[in-house]
Design a protein around this ligand. Structure first.
Ligand code: SF4
Ligand code: SF4
Length: 352
């Protein structure tokens, strides 16, 4: 059986782009969609992903192309104007240009708990159809991963990928490898397929169309600090790590903290804010909790805390921007760096 593609671009392709961070499974989703096209839908298909170092939390793009089975696929360039765009992590918007190439013909499928009109403004969406799915919530409820729920939602958004074909490909691929997880994965795909919240966005001129551009590295051999020293607090150059989190944050319970500093020693991103204070009647450095601006959500601090003063909680359940602590001295250091001419990549105040 060969499905009929509802629409193709001038080269004869139906194209999908997935925007994600390492660890959410977008690369695997791209592979499954590619396999689905060739083996279950009777199409010709290709897929590949693009990412830097294979680290959890770093930006990932995956691309899928479908075409008529009699046509050859001879291009391997990124998908610039997708028919379907899947955004696995809503906080990517504004950090990477996820909306590039989105026009009135694009279906944007995003993992979010927000309602579509609010999401439209967050994404600065020019036009097209916006499909919201609370993939994190469903994944938690069904004991599966976000990518399975997104797979279901993306399949439905195409209009030609059936739920049955998605279930088949999931059974034949990851079902064989991880049989114990199959039931949860299938439930995630089904709910992703069925629980969409969709709105049509009118091109009302509110936000302009964004051209696709290859990612330019703003920091290179010409402008990196001498000796490769990272002089911005936090271990990454871009400083703001909020987009790296997968839904969980460490929540600090000050009353349980014994100020032992184990979390501070363990945290790879210098997130904890210790200040001079008093503990048990003696002068000591006391923990004021994490600065979520730098926290990538790895939860190592939760593992090492001996008193459960840190617990892993769902980020969406907390108004963390109102409970986070920032050491003003560190902000001043960042500002100094901006003054030195590096402000094109440093946004010290985003998220505040
Ligand atoms: S490891 Fe736990 S008890 Fe120790 S300073 Fe950190 S939060 Fe406090
Ligand atoms: S989860 Fe904990 S250890 Fe990991 S980056 Fe955040 S504060 Fe640091």
């Amino acid at each position: 059986m060969t499905v009929k593609l509802p629409v193709t671009n001038e080269h004869g392709f139906y194209e999908i782009r997935l925007e994600s961070i390492g660890g959410l499974g977008a690369n695997l989703s791209g592979k499954i969609l590619g396999e689905l096209g060739a083996l279950y839908l009777g199409l010709n298909s290709s897929n590949f992903a693009s990412y830097g170092s294979e680290k959890k939390g770093t930006p990932v793009k995956a691309f899928v192309r479908y075409c008529d089975p009699n046509m050859e696929i001879r291009i391997n360039s990124p998908v610039e104007k997708p028919h379907v765009l899947g955004i696995f992590h809503e906080r990517l918007a504004g950090k990477v240009s996820v909306m590039a190439g989105v026009d009135e013909n694009t279906m944007v499928v995003i993992n979010t708990s927000e309602e579509p009109n609010k999401v439209r403004d967050h994404l600065k969406m020019h036009g097209g159809t916006l499909v919201c799915i609370d993939a994190l919530k469903i994944a938690l409820e069904e004991n599966t991963r976000i990518n399975m729920v997104m797979l279901g939602a993306i399949g439905k958004a195409t209009g030609f990928i059936t739920l049955e074909s998605l279930e088949e490909v999931v059974k034949d691929t990851i079902g064989k490898k991880y049989p114990a997880a199959l039931e949860g994965n299938l439930a995630g795909v089904r709910r992703g397929y069925e629980e969409l919240n969709k709105i049509k966005i009118e091109n009302d001129g509110k936000y302009p169309y964004q051209e696709y551009e290859e990612v330019k590295r703003d920091w290179g051999y010409e402008n990196a600090p001498i000796g490769g020293v990272n002089i911005i607090p936090g271990s990454t150059v871009t400083n703001d790590l909020t987009a790296s989190r997968e839904g969980y944050v460490p929540i600090f319970h000050e009353d349980k903290c014994i100020h032992c500093g184990l979390c501070d020693t363990t945290c790879p991103d210098m997130v904890f804010q210790f200040v001079e204070g008093e503990y048990k009647g003696k002068q000591a450095m006391v923990n004021k909790g994490p600065d979520y601006h730098h926290c990538k959500g790895c939860l190592r601090c939760v593992e090492v805390c001996p008193t459960a003063a840190l617990t892993a909680e769902l980020e969406r359940d907390y108004d963390i921007w109102n409970i986070h602590v920032r050491n003003k001295d560190l902000i001043v250091e960042s500002m100094k760096f901006e003054d030195a001419g590096a402000n094109s990549i440093v946004n010290t105040e985003s998220g505040n």
